[in-house]
Design a binder for this molecule. Structure first.
Ligand code: UN1
Length: 496
């Protein structure tokens, strides 16, 4: 099955049969491939090749670079079904979410094509006669992309499409849990490169490797920018190491996303939004809804409605029409059970959360999503557990709800469900949510590519994807030109 998909996506057979590193599907735990791991020396060699590709690519006009992403978008459209299915096999996402992830890649390709004609700089009024000033944007060099298992292809595409339009070369280190989707995406991009004709060899490369290979990318001064998505623990290591060599980084780390449910909220809408945000992708999005801060007047009703909605959620094989697939692995299951027992110790009342389908799939980890009524924002609630656990906490006044929203170390996504204009505006004001994303009457997950994506505090502060996130992949140059016959100095200085 997976072999057929990989072959149809253009991945060479030896790339997934010859290596020493086993790849397992979370669907039933079976081994689906073996891939080769790159050593730090392999990574260094790839960086040298990427540097050569950069030298050629930066000379190609940006709109022509954009053409590569137009072609890539077409290739992705033709292969959407197969790549989406591969994502399901490797990451355990349900059919709709696997396809949705590829759609996100297609959308960012379209965005990148438009952007290729809009890498605008400013013109600035000079204080000196006969002078003009302007700002130009130049490519950075080699960009390293480190991605996580849960968005095994889209996050790479956000980074790579912008990096390529900006004139950079890219090296991608995917999660060791999802190397196949990376090899397939790379094969599709190579197909687009051949069709395009002007893309140098080595413009985009994949390094499948362990921590040492990742650090080889992080520590190499030839890698101008490292864009890393993953845990806060990973970011704590990557950020300082890149900074120590004065490299740049974009960090997109843990989230602990909340919804404030106000008394005036449309509860029908809220139940649907909570369900998608809390149990979708089996709770394994960085934008997953993890905290529900419900006004005391609606708390009991929402808990009752969620309990009955949770009971109806179909859990099982992600490619067979279910809504919730498996957790990525046993470690994820254990972390979930540990969090639930800690929640009980801290006064929580747990509904659901137990293992499912273990007879059918003894080596896979399916769970019922858990709903946990908490007396307040205890330790476990302040911690991100990458599993479908939704903590529900009461509030009595709106200022308290905002305080609870902000009183966690992470700052990725947040939302309020209210029909009160004043609450909605306050939530999105400087006095409101401290997160990178703050929505009204929309859940915390499923952000569109057109906006800048990322968050504050332990989420790392980076922004990827839409808006002007492209600027992080370029260097800014200030240019002053003297077209007069004098040499006036700035600040009125005379130096005769
Ligand atoms: C992630 O989980 O790392 O907003 C990214 C969302 C998706 C991206 C999530 N567009 O849920």
């Amino acid at each position: 099955m997976v072999d057929n998909l990989l072959a149809s996506l253009g991945v060479e057979r030896s790339a997934y049969t010859m290596g020493s590193h086993p790849v397992h599907t979370p669907i039933d735990g079976s081994r689906i491939a073996s891939v080769r791991l790159d050593t730090p020396a392999d990574v260094a060699a790839k960086i040298a090749q990427a540097r050569q590709a950069f030298d050629a690519w930066r000379a190609v006009p940006a709109p022509r670079r954009g053409e590569l992403l137009r072609v890539f978008g077409e290739v992705l459209r033709r292969n959407k079904q197969a790549l989406g299915e591969l994502v399901s096999w490797e990451a355990g996402k349900i059919t709709q979410e696997g396809l949705g992830e590829v759609q996100e890649m297609i959308d960012i390709c379209d965005f990148a094509v438009g952007l290729s004609r809009q890498l605008y700089g400013l013109t600035i009024a000079s204080e000196r006669p006969g002078h003009h000033m302007r700002e130009t944007w130049h490519p950075l060099g080699v960009v390293g992309v480190i991605s996580a298992f849960n968005f095994p292809v889209a996050v790479w595409a956000w980074n790579t499409t912008l990096a390529l339009v900006a004139g950079n070369a890219v090296i991608w280190k995917p999660s060791e849990k999802t190397p196949l989707a990376a090899l397939a995406s790379q094969a599709l991009l190579q197909q687009a490169m051949r069709e395009h004709g002007d893309a140098p060899q080595w413009l985009s490369q994949v390094c499948v490797g362990d921590r040492a290979a990742g650090l080889a990318l992080v520590d190499d001064p030839r890698v101008a920018l490292v864009s890393a998505t993953g845990s806060t623990r990973m970011g704590r290591e990557v950020g300082p190491r890149v900074a120590a060599r004065f490299g740049r980084s974009i960090l997109e780390l843990g989230g602990n996303n909340a919804m404030i449910l106000a008394p005036s909220a449309d509860l029908d809408l809220a139940v649907r939004a909570i369900l998608f945000a809390a149990v979708g992708t089996a709770g394994q999005r960085c934008t997953t809804l993890r905290r529900l801060i419900a006004h005391e007047s609606v708390r009991d009703e929402i808990v009752a409605r969620l309990k009955s909605a949770y009971a109806k959620v179909r859990i099982g094989h992600p490619l067979q029409g279910n809504l919730v697939g498996p957790l990525i692995d046993k470690a994820a299951y254990k972390a979930m059970q540990n969090a639930l027992s800690q929640a009980r110790q801290e006064g929580g009342k747990v509904h659901g959360g137990e293992r499912r389908l273990s007879d059918e799939y003894p080596d896979a980890y399916y769970v019922s999503p858990a709903l946990v009524e908490m007396p307040g924002q205890t330790d476990v609630v302040r911690h991100e557990t990458f599993a479908p656990i939704l903590y529900v906490m009461p509030y009595s006044d709106f200022a308290e709800a905002i305080r609870l929203n902000n009183e966690v170390p992470q700052g990725l996504s947040s939302c309020v469900f209210t029909t009160d204009l004043r609450e909605a505006e306050l939530f999105q004001s400087a006095l409101g949510s401290d997160c990178g994303i703050a929505n009204v009457n929309i859940g915390t997950s499923g952000a569109e590519i057109g906006g800048a994506f990322g968050g504050e505090k332990e989420t790392g502060g980076g922004r990827e994807s839409g808006s002007d996130a492209w600027k992080a992949y370029m260097r800014r140059q200030t240019n002053t030109v003297n077209y007069s016959r004098e040499l006036p100095l700035a600040q009125g200085i005379s130096f005769d």
